[in-house]
Design a protein around this ligand. Structure first.
Ligand SMILES: *Cc1c(COP(=O)(O)O)cnc(C)c1O
Length: 379
């Protein structure tokens, strides 16, 4: 593919911007999408390596054969018995840094490497920060992670261990994001999981992989976490491309799950449907990894969920901890944030017909929640 002819496009699909390492948003500061779509070929995938790299010919890298890998696996798809039904659960905590964010970071950072980027910046004190820091280390790219000065040291250890530099910003999470965006405006490569469209080329592999594992069939419903919606966007792109290429016959319903304590998209979606409901008040939640007050792709997320005939759910703190207990008693050890989507999936499965297939994932490893689980033990 020729770099000169690559464009990112705004969400009205009107203004196109030539891709450069400095490009990160539209003139209005809005996220952009890749102005390319891919035609997945079953044969190419099936004859590729038996890991994540089999999807890499279709994610927009110029030289997929040079892909730098940390050994990303095909994550197992495990059926979990729930009453008289089965929930299909992908084990995405098995990625190299302990969360599915590696899907996005692997592709985004390989693209950065291809463009000759020497340094990236990112603002996340959580799993996205870990993933970007790990791939930066693997590629010899310098990495600055902007974090709120108040972030607990425990959350930052893994990022620092990969050798990333932490830039601590006083004030709120928004102040940290603003500092990162200022650096991006000064020309630093913004390896953002919210803005950078290559991140979504990476998360779309979740959809490819799931259909691959189901013998090139799509399930009826896919239940995903919904904070910034990196999996929701990725799955929309992935399932649409598979459908367009005739590889699958239908796009599954995408069901996005928010925590009731921080549910801005649930609230917008409900209001637009004309439902009367109690406006949620923002509070602290166990699922802090998806507690995003104003997701930058909010409108886009609602629209893709609607296009799949899907829905948005909000789960209570009780449901989140119940889901954790349900899964740990069956030998799984999800990160507490992951339990929001799991709680949503349990609810969706219970409300689904006997012939409907419902799939979800464990997004992160419980080893990341050791401090939280310590407090569970003390209760
Ligand atoms: C990032 C993340 C999510 C949700 O992702 P969004 O892209 O914000 O919707 C869910 N679980 C874990 C463990 C995460 O790190």
């Amino acid at each position: 593919m020729d770099l000169d002819r690559r464009y990112w496009i705004d969400q009205d699909g009107i203004t196109a911007y030539p891709e450069t390492p400095k490009l990160w948003c539209s003139k209005e500061g809005k996220p952009l999408d890749l102005d390319l779509s891919f035609h997945p070929v079953k044969q190419t995938i099936l004859s590729g390596p038996s890991d994540f790299r089999r999807y890499i010919p279709f994610v927009g890298l110029e030289n997929p054969e040079n892909f730098i890998s940390l050994g990303e696996p095909i994550t197992p798809l495990i059926p979990v018995q729930v009453d008289d039904k089965e929930l299909l659960v992908k084990q995405d905590f098995l990625f190299p840094t302990g969360s599915y964010k590696d899907r996005g970071a692997a592709v985004m950072m390989n693209r950065a490497k291809e463009m000759g980027v020497k340094k990236v910046i990112q603002d996340s004190s959580g799993n996205a920060g870990c993933s970007v820091a790990a791939y930066a280390a693997a590629m010899g790219i310098a990495c600055d992670i902007f974090v709120p000065a108040s972030t607990s040291p425990a959350k930052l250890i893994q990022i620092e261990m990969y050798g990333a530099r932490l830039i601590k910003i006083k004030g709120s999470r928004e102040d940290t994001a603003a500092a990162a965006r200022e650096a991006a405006d000064r020309g630093e490569y913004y390896a953002s999981h919210c803005f950078n469209p290559y991140f979504y080329q990476g998360t779309k592999t979740f959809a490819y992989e799931l259909c691959d594992q189901l013998g090139w069939n799509a399930p009826d419903k896919v239940v995903l976490p919904l904070g910034n919606g990196t999996l929701v966007m990725g799955c929309w792109i992935g399932f649409s491309e598979l459908k367009e290429a005739g590889v699958i016959q239908k796009i599954p319903q995408i069901i996005g799950v928010q925590a009731s304590s921080c549910a801005p998209l649930f609230s917008k979606w409900k209001t637009r449907k004309g439902d009367v409901f109690q406006e949620p008040v923002f509070q602290a939640t166990l699922a802090e990894g998806i507690a995003i007050g104003d997701p930058v792709r909010g409108e886009q997320l609602i629209s893709v969920i609607d296009r799949t005939n899907g829905s948005i759910l909000a789960v209570s703190e009780q449901e989140i901890s119940d889901a954790f207990h349900f899964f740990r008693h069956r030998g799984f050890y999800p990160e507490i944030t992951s339990c929001a989507a799991l709680a949503g999936a349990l609810r969706v499965l219970r409300e689904s017909g006997p012939d409907e297939s419902v799939c979800t994932l464990i997004t992160g490893s419980g080893l990341k929640s050791t401090d939280k689980y310590l407090s569970f033990l003390k209760q």
